[in-house]
Design a protein around this ligand. Structure first.
Ligand SMILES: *Cc1c(COP(=O)(O)O)cnc(C)c1O
Length: 365
C-alpha cells in the first residue's frame, strides 16, 4: 500500500458525533439545552472588552496570556507563573496528552467520562483504559485497580460530564496517593463553579503540594465564552515548563484574552449565574422526579434524566417529542448512556417548558 498512513491509534478513534442542531419551525422558539452553555450569556463587560479589542486586530497576541494568567491568579489565589492558557481546555487536555503519552502507554478514564479524554489518549498512540463507575460516579478503587507500570495519565472530570456527579476531595487525595509518581493526574474542573458541597474542592491544594497533578478549567461554562475558546491549567512548575515547550506561541487570541479577564472579574455576574443554576437544578430534579423519571443527583449546570426502555417511553421517543416542541436535549448514545438524556439548565421559561413537555410525554398513551 502506498500513500499517507495515519499514526497508530488515530483510525481507532470513533468520529465525534455532536449533538443535533435544532431545526426551527416558523414561529417556534427553539431552546438549545444540549451543550451546557449558560442561559445568561457572558458578562456585559466581557462583550465590551471583546469589542474594544477590534481596533488592534493586526497585532499578534501577547504570547503567554499574561494579563489573563494574572487575573486568574488573583481570582483563585494562584501563582500566574504556574498557569497556562489555551484555546479552550480542549487544547490544554490535548497538550497534556501530547506531552506525556506515547505508543504503548496507558491512560485511564471512567465509563462515562468526557469524550475528549479517549480521543486525546488514542491520538498519541496510547491505550484508553476504562474504569467502571459506581452509581454514575467515578470509583477510586476501580481506577487504582487498573493501574499498570504503563499508566502515564489519569483523566478525572470532577464534577463529571455527562453524569453531573462528583467525588469528595478526600477521595481525590486517596486517588493521587494510590497512583504511581510517574502518572499525571488531570483534574478537569470545568463545572466546579456550580458545586456547592462542603466536601468538594477544585484541587488547588493537591496541585500545589505534588509535582504530578494538574487542574484544568474553562471559560466556556459559567463565564459564557464558549465561542471564544479559552481554557487554562494550573500545574506544578515541571509540568508547566514541559507543556509550554509544545504550546503554540500565540494560542489565545487577544479579544478572547481580554474578554476572559473582564468575565472573571465580574463576580456579580458569576454569583447570579450560580444562584440561578442552583435554584433551577433543584426545581428540575424534583419536578422531573415527580413524573416518575430518575434524575441522577447533579452538582453541575445540567441534569441526567433516565428513561424507561418500554416502547413509546424511551429516551429516543422523548428526544423526538421534545424536539418537536423546540426543546433540544442531548442524547448520549456515544457516552454509553443510550437510555438517558442530558438537559442543560436553561432560563425559567425553558426549564418550565421541558417539565411540561415531559409531563405530556409521560401521560400520552
Ligand atoms: C465543557 C467541558 C470542558 C470545556 O471545554 P472547552 O474546550 O474549554 O470549551 C472541559 N471538560 C469537560 C468535562 C466539559 O464538559
Amino acid at each position: 500500500m502506498s500513500g499517507p498512513v495515519p499514526n497508530p491509534g488515530i483510525l481507532d478513534i470513533a468520529p465525534y458525533t455532536p449533538g443535533k442542531s435544532p431545526v426551527q419551525k416558523p414561529g417556534q422558539k427553539v431552546f438549545k439545552l444540549s451543550a451546557n452553555e449558560t442561559p445568561h450569556g457572558p458578562s456585559p463587560r466581557a462583550r465590551e472588552a471583546y469589542a474594544e479589542a477590534i481596533s488592534h486586530l493586526e497585532d499578534y497576541p501577547e504570547g503567554t496570556s499574561r494579563v489573563l494568567r494574572e487575573a486568574i491568579g488573583r481570582a483563585y489565589g494562584l501563582d500566574p507563573n504556574r498557569i497556562i492558557c489555551g484555546a479552550g481546555s480542549d487544547e490544554i487536555l490535548n497538550l497534556l496528552a501530547h506531552t506525556y503519552l506515547k505508543d504503548g502507554d496507558e491512560a485511564i478514564s471512567t465509563t462515562h467520562g468526557f469524550l475528549v479524554y479517549p480521543i486525546a489518549t488514542m491520538a498519541n498512540g496510547a491505550k484508553n483504559i476504562v474504569a467502571p463507575e459506581t452509581n454514575f460516579t467515578a470509583d477510586v478503587d476501580a481506577i487504582l485497580a487498573r493501574v499498570t507500570p504503563r499508566t502515564k495519565l489519569v483523566w478525572l472530570a470532577n464534577p463529571n460530564n455527562p453524569t453531573g456527579t462528583y467525588i469528595p476531595f478526600d477521595e481525590v487525595k486517596r486517588l493521587r496517593a494510590g497512583l504511581p509518581a510517574h502518572a499525571v493526574l488531570v483534574l478537569d474542573a470545568a463545572y466546579s463553579d456550580f458545586v456547592s458541597r462542603n466536601d468538594y474542592e477544585i484541587g488547588i491544594e493537591l496541585v500545589a503540594t505534588t509535582d504530578n497533578t494538574v487542574m484544568t478549567h474553562t471559560f466556556s461554562k459559567i463565564h459564557g465564552l464558549a465561542a471564544l475558546r479559552i481554557g487554562w491549567m494550573f500545574g506544578p512548575s515541571n509540568i508547566v515548563d514541559a507543556v509550554n515547550r509544545i504550546r503554540g506561541p500565540f494560542n489565545v487570541s487577544t479579544p478572547a484574552m481580554l474578554a476572559a479577564v473582564a468575565a472573571i472579574e465580574d463576580t456579580a455576574h458569576i454569583r447570579m449565574s450560580r444562584e440561578h443554576n442552583e435554584h433551577w437544578r433543584n426545581w428540575l430534579t424534583e419536578e422531573i422526579g415527580k413524573l416518575g423519571l430518575t434524575v441522577t443527583p447533579s452538582v453541575t449546570n445540567f441534569v441526567l434524566i433516565h428513561f424507561p426502555t418500554t416502547k413509546g417511553k424511551t429516551s429516543a421517543d422523548a428526544d423526538a417529542f421534545l424536539t418537536e416542541r423546540g426543546l433540544v436535549l442531548r442524547a448520549l448514545n456515544n457516552y454509553g448512556l443510550p437510555h438517558a438524556l442530558r438537559m442543560t439548565i436553561g432560563t425559567e421559561e425553558a426549564n418550565r417548558l421541558v417539565v411540561d413537555g415531559l409531563r405530556d410525554f409521560m401521560a400520552r398513551p
